[in-house]
Write a protein that binds this ligand. Structure first.
Ligand code: ZN
Length: 326
């Protein structure tokens, strides 16, 4: 049995879907209050690192070594793609949470997951990066309640954010975006490089257990969300300042670039013998792409961008994005 299969089997032994029409979900009801925390793992199939943390929390809730007074749902988004070592099978699950999803494996899965997200008071979507990363980071548009939750959880000080008025992709809907559209915090965390053993499990466990503890403490009146946020250091806000389009098969990054490598305007990041890619702005590289090649041709679909550059926001998003309806 593979490591993933073992963790999925452990999840299946513990999972009680309760009201949900999806077998790879666990619903917990602590009976004290109704605050519904939702945790997503493996929305991208090969981003498996949060699954062991979820299993650990389910085990603790089952044997009573951890309590949570509210409602919590834990779901495994795309284990079928995960078993194939793929991000998705037919269409990216994290793009199809729209009213009329495509009739694909992932579109059908989104239909089953949407009722869970419909009642989420906070949604934490646990992802991992393709390439190694120097930091864990939150990544979602600015939202005041999401900011308070992200800061209070303290999982990482880094947040790659953007103006809340800019949709991720038009004609697509991410899981966290779906929850934000309902007016509630939808928070995506990139825990580590994808896979087991890169630190993602520990960060996921910290994020999940901190969220459970915070929701209980707020219900008990021992703190408020704002006080819990202010007890943690302010986050470092970053935004995308450049996206390099992955225009064709001739492009290639030089080997060894990882997330949050520092770059300066004028730096060349392309591989020898390929069209020159010159970084236009100072910042840090994010999402460098090295898709596998077959006979000189990249695996399709080609990613939209070969890399991007992020840089610190010059000010606090509360002021910079004050025009937005949050
Ligand atoms: Zn992902």
């Amino acid at each position: 049995m593979t490591e993933l299969a073992a963790h999925l089997a452990a999840f299946d032994r513990l999972a009680r879907p309760g009201p949900w029409n999806y077998s790879r979900a666990h619903h917990h009801d602590g009976g004290v209050h109704g605050f519904h925390l939702v945790f997503g793992s493996m929305v991208h199939g090969d981003e498996v690192g949060s699954l062991p943390a979820m299993v650990r929390v389910l085990q603790e809730l089952a044997d009573g070594t951890r309590t949570y007074g509210g409602r919590a749902t834990f779901f495994v988004g795309n284990p079928e793609a995960g078993r194939e070592g793929q991000r998705f099978l037919e269409s990216d699950l994290n793009r199809v949470f729209m009213d009329n999803p495509p009739d694909t494996h992932e579109g059908r899965r989104a239909r089953l997951l949407r009722p869970i997200l419909d009642t989420a008071d906070v949604f934490l979507d646990l992802h991992q990066t393709i390439e190694p990363t120097r930091h864990a980071f939150y990544i979602f548009p600015f939202q005041e309640q999401g900011w308070l939750w992200a800061r209070a959880l303290g999982t990482t000080p880094m947040w790659v954010t953007r103006h809340p008025g800019t949709a991720f992709t038009t004609g697509a809907m991410c899981a966290d975006e779906y929850v934000r559209a309902l007016g509630r915090p939808g928070i995506t965390i990139e825990l580590s490089e994808k896979g087991f053993g890169h630190g993602g499990e520990d960060r996921a466990y910290q994020a999940i257990t901190a969220a459970l503890a915070l929701a209980d403490a707020v219900d008990a009146g021992t703190t408020t969300l704002r006080a819990a946020a202010e007890a943690q250091p302010e986050l470092t806000f970053l935004e995308t300042v450049h996206r390099e389009r992955f225009v064709d098969d001739t492009l290639a990054l030089r080997p060894g670039i990882v997330n949050f490598d520092t770059v300066r305007a004028g730096d060349v990041v392309s591989a020898d013998g390929t069209p020159e890619l010159v970084v236009p702005k100072d910042g840090m590289i994010l999402f460098p792409k090295y898709p596998p090649r077959v006979d000189g041709t990249y695996k399709r679909p080609l990613p939209g961008e070969i890399y991007r550059v992020v840089a610190p926001l010059q000010g606090h998003p509360l002021e910079l994005y004050a025009d937005a309806d949050r």
